[in-house]
Design a protein around this ligand. Structure first.
Ligand code: KIV
Length: 276
């Protein structure tokens, strides 16, 4: 495993765009300041994904995530970054009406969180909106394939682009976003061959999540790769730690010690000791 290269200046969307076909782009989600600090030390992009609705707030999908939630967590993450490019997701319902609505909400996300770019879901039908935002100073990361905000029309969280027609449509989606000015495009849950094809076909970096090894970069939900949830094990996630198990063992030990009056010990108490 190679060490993280020395952290230099603050990365921006232009630096990420310039990495097409070069050094892989490393991206993780972050939702809080302490996690942002950890991510910042090793990653190129910190993504405040709307996955925070499910991961942090216990929502059944990302559909209930609001602008206020994205702004709150976006601000927290911004405080923890000095190197990584900060991208904040546009939540469901904040951009789909058209370019003017998208600009109003994207500019609010940028002004209130200090993020350098926004991410939105959707392919060819979002190209006009992407071009509108980019022309007005808002860098955009696209997101195609499995787009969780469309879970109800997609019929679940399954792999997308399996047949030829579907694969061609998703490839056209990615191309439309790149041509509209997106600085990178997330490819979620696609067959490896389709991830490879789109990466070859579009001029901006592809950032894969379950889209194979040939993408220009990779992204994971940080809580997933840290193993914080024992019961969520999607195939595309490699667990680099088992923090959920460690936390469970630590909390169990604490509870047992409190019940047995072994915590706090003398070393955790203030004063001159107990009265005789
Ligand atoms: O919401 C999110 O965290 C995402 C990434 C997983 C790509 O969109």
């Amino acid at each position: 495993m190679s060490a993280t290269p020395e952290r230099k200046d603050r990365l921006g969307p232009g630096d990420i765009r310039a990495r097409k076909g070069g050094e892989p782009v490393v991206c993780l989600t972050a939702y809080t300041t302490p996690m942002a600090r950890l991510v910042d030390a090793h990653c190129d992009i910190a993504l405040v994904g709307d996955s925070l609705g499910m991961v942090l707030h216990g929502l059944p999908s990302t559909l209930g995530v609001t602008m206020e939630m994205m702004i709150l967590h976006g601000k927290a993450v911004a405080r923890g970054l000095s190197h990584a490019c900060l991208v904040v997701d546009m939540p469901f319902g904040s951009y789909e009406e058209g370019p003017a609505q998208a600009f109003r909400n994207a500019s609010r996300l940028m002004a209130e969180t200090g993020c350098q770019a926004v991410k939105l879901e959707g392919g060819q039908h979002m190209a006009e909106t992407v071009a509108f935002l980019v022309a007005r100073g808002i860098p955009v990361m696209g997101h195609v394939g499995l787009t969780p905000q469309s879970v109800n029309t997609l019929g679940g969280y399954k792999v997308q682009g399996r047949g030829q027609a579907e694969a061609d449509r998703i490839a056209l989606d990615a191309r439309a976003l790149a041509e509209a000015g997106a600085f990178s495009v997330v490819l979620e849950k696609l067959p490896e061959a389709l991830g490879h094809r789109i990466t070859r076909e579009i001029a901006v970096p592809t950032i894969g999540i379950g889209a194979g090894a040939d993408c220009d970069g990779q992204v994971l939900v940080v809580d997933d790769m840290l193993g914080l949830f024992s019961d969520f094990r999607p195939k595309f996630v490699k667990r680099y730690a088992e923090l959920g198990q460690d936390a469970d063992a630590a909390i169990a030990a604490y509870a047992a010690e409190v019940r047995a009056r072994r915590f706090p010990g003398p070393e955790h108490a203030f004063g001159e000791g107990k009265p005789a």
